[in-house]
Design a protein around this ligand. Structure first.
Ligand SMILES: [Zn+2]
Length: 362
């Protein structure tokens, strides 16, 4: 049996670590192209200035046009070539990071990823989600390798609104359950092999860390301070969930997320918030023990993560709408078919209705 695990070459996390950026850039060269929106760049400008004072390097401000599109990747690739960049730095949320990863891949340059929020498990992965100019999903691009360095400054993440951190917990919550289902089904993970014992252990540790430290971490983030619990949750959201999902695989929870995106009402909610309800549906679909389901429902409720459709803006729940979600979740090629049993649109419809009832009544 072919097993495969992929990961970034290096993961580094600490308070005020961005001010050491220069020494990491110098490990790859001198000219660094920064892919970051003006807002994100301004938020951390003093760290960038400090980094340059500590260790001299040439930071070329490439900007970022809010969406990871082919056109934006092309623009930054031209900049990279013109300015002889030695390394690409992606800084900000998932889309800027994905764009930087794509530029590094096509220009064959090393990539440093600096997440400024911990809202998804995208930073460590070796793939990017490409959107059209109008912001619609276009395709996934899979890279030859994962980022060379993931540099996480916990002080910067603590100063971002805690809704991002909580959404990241919702995304990370799915990791263990999807990994477990994929392992039972002997389904392939993202790099096309079976899960290793290591990836499964990481996914389990991700869930245990969330249960132990989420509330404490949210309280720290609400007050913009770094505590040990917040550090653990940042690691769970970014590293454990990142390695777990990529090397163990996705299943029903993320397919339900994709299904939910067909309803306009859900568009204002973050990825991890929709995944959170996806986890409830996933557990209902596989008929997980009541004790486990209740634990997850109460976990989500304690953090304000969505547990029913109303929590995602769907106030008028109709048969048609739920059927639309179920059909989209069961589209050809969806990860729902990684569940260890046959899944039909009717099964998914029933699981959504039931999850909505259970979540709505706690
Ligand atoms: Zn996700």
């Amino acid at each position: 049996m072919k097993k495969v695990l992929i990961s970034p070459a290096k993961y580094l996390q600490g308070n005020n670590e961005l001010s050491n950026l220069g020494s990491y850039v110098r490990g790859f060269g001198y000219n660094a192209l920064l892919v970051a929106s003006t807002d994100d760049q301004e938020r951390v400008q003093h760290h960038l200035d400090e980094a340059n004072e500590k260790e001299n390097f040439n930071l070329i401000y490439g900007g970022f046009n809010t969406e990871c599109t082919k056109k934006e990747i092309e623009r930054l690739r031209r900049m990279c070539a013109k300015d002889n960049c030695d390394v690409i730095i992606g800084l900000g949320g998932g889309k800027a990071l994905d764009t930087a990863k794509a530029v590094g891949h096509f220009e064959n340059k090393p990539v440093i990823v600096v997440p400024t929020i911990a809202s998804t498990d995208a930073p460590c992965s070796g793939l990017a989600v490409i959107y059209t100019e109008h912001g619609e999903f276009e395709e996934y691009i899979f890279f030859k390798r994962n980022p060379d360095l993931v540099l996480v400054d916990t002080g910067i993440i603590a100063k971002a609104p805690s809704r991002f951190l909580v959404a990241g917990m919702g995304d990370a919550l799915s990791t263990y359950f999807e990994a477990r289902s994929c392992a039972k089904a002997y389904a392939n993970n993202i790099p096309g092999g079976k899960s290793t014992l290591a990836a499964l252990a990481i996914a389990k540790l991700c869930y245990e860390t969330l249960l132990a430290d989420s509330l404490k971490a949210k309280a720290a983030c609400d007050n913009n301070v770094v505590t040990a619990a917040l550090e653990n949750i940042i690691e769970a959201n970014i590293l454990l969930s990142g390695l777990g999902f990529e090397s163990s695989g996705l299943a029903a929870a993320h397919a339900i997320h994709n299904g939910l995106t067909v309803l306009e009402e859900t568009h204002h909610y973050f990825h991890g918030e929709k995944v959170s309800f996806g986890v409830i549906v996933h557990l209902v679909l596989e008929n997980a023990p009541s004790e486990e389901l209740n634990k997850v429902l109460h976990y989500c409720q304690s953090l304000g993560l969505p547990v029913c459709l109303k929590d995602l803006g769907v106030t008028d729940v109709t048969t048609e709408k739920v059927m639309e979600i179920a059909k989209a979740a069961c589209a050809e090629g969806e990860t729902i078919y990684n569940m260890p049993f046959d899944v039909t649109v009717e099964d998914v419809y029933a699981a959504i209705i039931t999850a909505d009832e259970l979540g709505g009544s706690i």
